[in-house]
Design a protein around this ligand. Structure first.
Ligand SMILES: NC(=O)c1ccc[n+]([C@@H]2O[C@H](COP(=O)([O-])OP(=O)(O)OC[C@H]3O[C@@H](n4cnc5c(N)ncnc54)[C@H](O)[C@@H]3O)[C@@H](O)[C@H]2O)c1
Length: 250
């Protein structure tokens, strides 16, 4: 079950999950978009219009699934930009509501069903490197995504005894979805790629592969963890540090 499957990373993830043999419940608030993605994947992908901020709709959609989901991916997300001093309260609320509360509502309903059916399962919550490091003008987004990291740890603690593993994936500079507009500018692509230790932007496929690994039995003993899919960029905080000549490594 994938939220926000109508676009970007979620759509690519839905396609790859289907290829790996999952039957996919593809959710999005944008019914037309997720319908189109599901139609392109085929019968194994069933689309639904679900707004993750709507507790009742989420509970009903979980009840509608033919069985408890083996893997839930909380991927739906929105960005609301603005320096904190100018940020509208409604923008703050929307970012927190979709990114953090939506993750809570979906995971809670799914975990209740997993527990009722007794088979365990896996949940992967999509955060962002913006949940690990502050970024100018992104205060609402960063706070919501940092919340996802801690919420994941709580879920892992509380639901581990039921065989439910819960992990966070934090994508970095991803050339897809909500970042399409940013990377349409070739100069921005070049400059940003140059900051990444692996020397390139990430792809939706990079994120999907990591999600599917964490959702699989290959990660059977991994829970409560945060895995950044970021080409190493969050490890580069000291990269630009001035060095004494004797310390320079060519
Ligand atoms: N693309 C990136 O650069 C990047 C980087 C780091 C993290 N992320 C995270 O990855 C996830 C996917 O991002 P993306 O780039 O594919 O974005 P996207 O905008 O392409 O897709 C997000 C999807 O979520 C859906 N959505 C929004 N509000 C919803 C709601 N209330 N209920 C259900 N669905 C809703 C949208 O309709 C859309 O289809 C997000 O959580 C995002 O924060 C993206």
């Amino acid at each position: 079950m994938i939220t926000g499957a109508g676009s970007g990373i979620g759509a690519v993830l839905a396609r790859h999950a289907a290829k790996e043999g999952y039957r996919v419940a593809a959710w999005d608030v944008d019914e037309e978009a997720v319908g189109g993605i599901a139609a392109a994947i085929g019968d194994v992908c069933v689309p639904s219009r679900v707004d993750v901020t709507d507790d009742e709709a989420v509970t009903a959609a979980i009840a509608d699934l033919p069985e408890a989901p083996a893997l839930v991916v909380n991927n739906a997300g929105v960005v609301r930009f603005g320096p904190l001093l100018e940020l509208a309260a409604q923008d703050w609320r929307t970012a927190l509501d979709v990114n953090l509360t939506g993750t809570f509502l979906v995971a809670r309903a799914a975990a209740a069903r997993m527990i009722a059916e007794g088979l365990g399962g896996a949940i992967v919550n999509i955060s962002s490197i913006n949940g690990l490091a502050a970024a100018p003008g992104a205060g609402a987004y960063t706070a919501s995504k940092a919340g996802v990291v801690m919420l994941t740890e709580h879920m892992a603690l509380e639901w581990g005894a039921h065989g439910i593993r819960v992990n966070t994936v934090a994508p970095g500079l991803i050339d897809a979805g909500m970042s399409d507009a940013i990377y349409a500018d070739p100069e921005v692509r070049r400059l940003r790629s140059g900051r990444v230790p692996l020397g390139r932007l990430g792809t939706a496929q990079d994120v999907a592969d990591t999600v599917l690994f964490l959702g699989s039995d290959r990660a059977a003993y991994v829970t409560g963890q945060m895995l950044a899919v970021d080409g190493g960029i969050t490890r580069g905080a000291l990269n630009a540090m001035p060095r004494a000549r004797s310390q320079v490594v060519e």
